[in-house]
Design a protein around this ligand. Structure first.
Ligand code: HPA
Length: 278
């Protein structure tokens, strides 16, 4: 191994010194959901830039800090702001953050994101439970020396999005009266939105939604033995399927419109996952 373990030990030591306990659940807060972490009881926050091995986050509107706290007695660690490949981070750097969450003791991960809808039945504002993914980024966070401490060289991804957690997510959404779609998330690197021809081909490949995050995080998390659930907020119909032009503003606006429903589902789900933890 390179110096990954050394940096990880330093990262965990720093976070413990700053008051991080053992989280039951880790959550990655995507576009528009960042302030969910502000609802945590007794929160402690540490900026990514202070954590050994973490790169500073660069996108405006992404806070870039790790927050530890509790929701209804369930201890939670939240990534408030995430690393995207299009910012220039390697998938290995993204993996490092996930290894840190695993090393802190998290057993499950909820990942959230904004995505474009490919399934013609979807509408902007829909929430989609991720059933599976297609890695179209051309990269992989596990390229390089394998951190055997976390998992094997050739990890199995046949149940990457835990069937057990998906059932809990469906149940939770039903209880809250929130409609929940389900489908396959395809990840690209961005930062361009796709061309209509790309979107037509992704539909043929079996994708229901497309986005620029999540897949590297999920691969690293599954490798490290975390049980994963993912929810996408469909902020727009993908290129060629709806509005003439796509813009980041439209994505942010749509995410803001459904934020309360998305946040309610995510918070409830985190509590359920934490209480039902294996
Ligand atoms: N494409 C890629 N990423 C996205 C989109 C999209 O249409 N919407 C939100 N994130």
């Amino acid at each position: 191994m390179d110096n990954t373990y050394k940096l990880l030990d330093e990262a965990v030591a720093l976070l413990r010194r700053r008051g991080f306990g053992q989280p039951r659940v880790a959550v990655i807060l995507g576009s528009g959901l960042g302030d969910l972490a502000d609802g945590l009881a007794a929160p402690v926050a540490v900026d990514y830039s202070e954590i050994p091995g973490f790169a500073p986050s660069t996108v405006p509107g992404h806070a870039g800090r790790l927050v530890f706290g509790a929701w209804e007695g369930v201890s939670v660690v939240a990534m408030q702001g995430r690393y995207h490949g299009y910012e220039g981070y390697s998938q290995r750097q993204i993996a490092f953050a996930l290894w840190t969450l695993a090393a802190l003791g998290a057993k499950s991960l909820l990942v959230t994101n904004a995505a474009g809808g490919l399934n013609p039945e979807f509408r902007p504002g829909d929430l989609m439970l991720i059933a599976d993914h297609i890695n179209f980024t051309g990269g992989n966070p596990l390229i390089g020396p394998n951190p055997q401490r976390f998992g094997p060289r050739f990890p199995d991804l046949s149940r990457a999005y835990s069937p057990r957690l998906r059932e809990i997510a469906r149940e939770t959404a039903r209880e809250l009266g929130i409609p929940l779609r389900e489908g396959v998330y395809l990840a690209v690197t961005g930062p361009c939105y796709e061309t209509p021809a790309e979107i037509r081909s992704f539909r043929r490949l079996g994708a229901d939604a497309v986005g620029m995050s999540t897949v590297p995080e999920v691969i690293a998390a599954v490798h490290a033995g975390l049980e994963v659930a993912g929810i996408s907020c469909i902020t727009n119909m993908a290129a060629g399927m709806g509005a003439e032009k796509l813009s980041h503003e439209e994505v942010i606006e749509a995410a803001a419109r459904v934020k309360s429903k998305f946040a309610a589902l995510a918070a409830r789900l985190i509590v359920r996952i934490g209480r039902d933890a294996k």
